[in-house]
Design a protein around this ligand. Structure first.
Ligand code: GDP
Ligand code: MG
Length: 455
């Protein structure tokens, strides 16, 4: 059992001295398992072009589980004890047993009691939407900060559900060894251990957060672009395509950058930083948005956001709305954004995407995989700087190569000429004010000649 279905076997093989109940990491949750998908309440706003469980199916497939049946019901309100009613539970049970399903995945958030009661009636693992999204985040977490955040969120999810785990185990083992007081005692020990770990994790995350804030602000000397987008839109593929080999490992500054922030050359000498962020998902439970806020710091501190959209996805408009909602929630909706329609190679005759693109003047069409449209994207970013950043006039002594280099690489130079008699390079450059402020601090002997209007 272990190894083949580790996400499931976690409970079955659990012994009282087993590893931490809240961390299944290292194992692939539900991988390979046939699962039944259930929606008890269909959300108000779902794409009418989609079936209600289409998105859940994709999320489950992300974890390599195989949906074998879809059961929906549109309740006005959940049944308090078990979310869905007895009739529905029987239907799920019949279907799960006919198709040898190993777990039931709900598109809704379940209370610990509902989840426990459902597991008891179905005699199957029951996963709710929060747990599913947590597992996807766990799969995608790359930085140590993201991994710790996932661990913390998992523990917090697990705490009120310990009883469920123990009831389940009791049933699995026929109650041997975990009967009565014994189970209670173990549960109490688990609870204390998890609470201790939660405290440690919070402390460690606070420390990382502080260090990260310093890092992010030290990047203030570069124009920073944050990639946001629905999960699977192609953000990581795009950052790789855009930055390719332009990473300077030996440069002092880049020692402090994590793997998800990279240097990108826009042409004309201009260098910017591009940061990847976690993928966004529809209806992210609020508790999860809270715990991942710090990871989204990258997006919040960007000069420009690239909203990456999978144009080959029929529900792309709803995915865009979901992303816009999260941006609103994290306070990033005022940051200028360009829409990037990705996967254009897979759109084919996708009339809808093409029409939409045609109407959005702020959209650029690319294929991160095929490498098409990237030059257009680079010039769209440059145009954004030219059209919206304030303008600064500076006369730099010709001998001051470092200052000239700074201005040439960190902003869009819209005019420069050399005054041989005065030994000066007269420059007009457009850059966000925070970059110019950095220039002033670094080269205090060079006086600005005004400009900066409209900043
Ligand atoms: P992320 O979750 O937004 O970071 O998405 P990824 O970069 O991990 O990409 C998700 C999937 O989409 C991967 O299988 C990529 O190979 C695929 N993908 C990314 N860009 C393109 C593209 O331009 N065209 C096609 N056909 N597939 C792409
Ligand atoms: Mg990614």
């Amino acid at each position: 059992m272990k190894g083949s279905l580790p996400g499931l076997s976690r409970k079955r093989s659990a012994s009282r001295t087993s590893s931490d109940p809240a961390s299944s990491s290292g194992d692939v949750f539900l991988a390979g398992a046939p699962v039944v998908l259930v929606s008890g309440i269909v959300p108000d706003r779902y794409d009418p072009a989609e079936t209600p469980l289409q998105e859940l199916r994709r999320l489950v497939e992300t974890l390599n589980a195989s949906p074998v049946a879809e059961i929906t019901q549109n309740l006005k309100a959940p049944v308090p004890a078990s979310f869905v009613g007895a009739g529905k539970i029987n239907e799920i049970k019949r279907s799960a047993s006919a198709l040898a399903a190993r777990a039931v995945v709900f598109d809704n958030e379940l209370t610990p009691a509902q989840q426990r009661n459902l597991e008891n009636s179905l005699n199957l693992r029951v996963v709710d939407r929060t747990e599913l999204i947590l597992e996807i985040f766990a799969l995608r977490a790359r930085t140590s900060q993201a991994r710790l955040q996932v661990e913390l969120a998992r523990h917090e999810y697990m705490l009120p559900r310990l009883r469920r785990r123990w009831t389940h185990l009791e049933r699995q083992t026929g109650g041997i060894g975990v009967r009565g007081g014994m189970g209670e005692k173990q549960m109490e020990a688990d609870r204390r251990r998890i609470q201790r770990r939660v405290r440690d994790l919070k402390r460690e995350l606070a420390r990382i957060d502080l260090r990260r804030r310093r890092e992010v602000s030290s990047r203030g000397e570069f124009y920073t672009v944050g990639l946001v987008g629905y999960t699977n839109a192609g953000k990581t593929t795009l950052i790789n395509a855009l930055t390719g080999s332009s990473l300077f490992a030996e440069d002092r500054l880049f020692a402090t950058l994590d793997t998800r922030t990279r240097l990108c050359r826009l042409g004309g000498g201009l260098e910017i930083l591009v940061s990847d962020t976690v993928g966004f998902i529809k209806r992210v439970p609020h508790s999860l948005v809270e715990s991942f806020l710090a990871t989204l710091e990258e997006a919040r501190s960007a000069d420009l956001l690239l909203h990456v959209v999978d144009a080959s996805e029929p529900a792309f408009r709803h995915q865009m709305e979901a992303v816009e909602e999260v941006l609103e929630e994290i306070g990033a909706s005022d940051i200028p954004a360009l829409v990037v329609f990705n996967k254009m190679d897979a759109v084919g005759d996708g009339i809808i995407a093409r029409n939409f693109l045609w109407r959005r003047h702020d959209a650029v069409a690319v294929s991160a995989l095929a490498g098409t449209g990237l030059d257009e994207l680079r010039s769209a970013i440059r145009n954004e700087i030219v059209s919206s950043a304030p303008e600064f006039h500076v006369d730099v002594p010709l001998a001051d190569g470092k200052a000239i280099h700074f201005l040439l690489t960190r902003g869009a130079v819209i005019h420069s000429d050399t005054d041989e008699t005065a030994n000066l390079m007269r420059m007009i450059v457009k850059m966000p004010r925070h970059i110019f402020d950095h220039f002033r601090r670094r080269f205090p002997h060079i006086p600005p000649l005004g400009g900066g209007a409209g900043a």
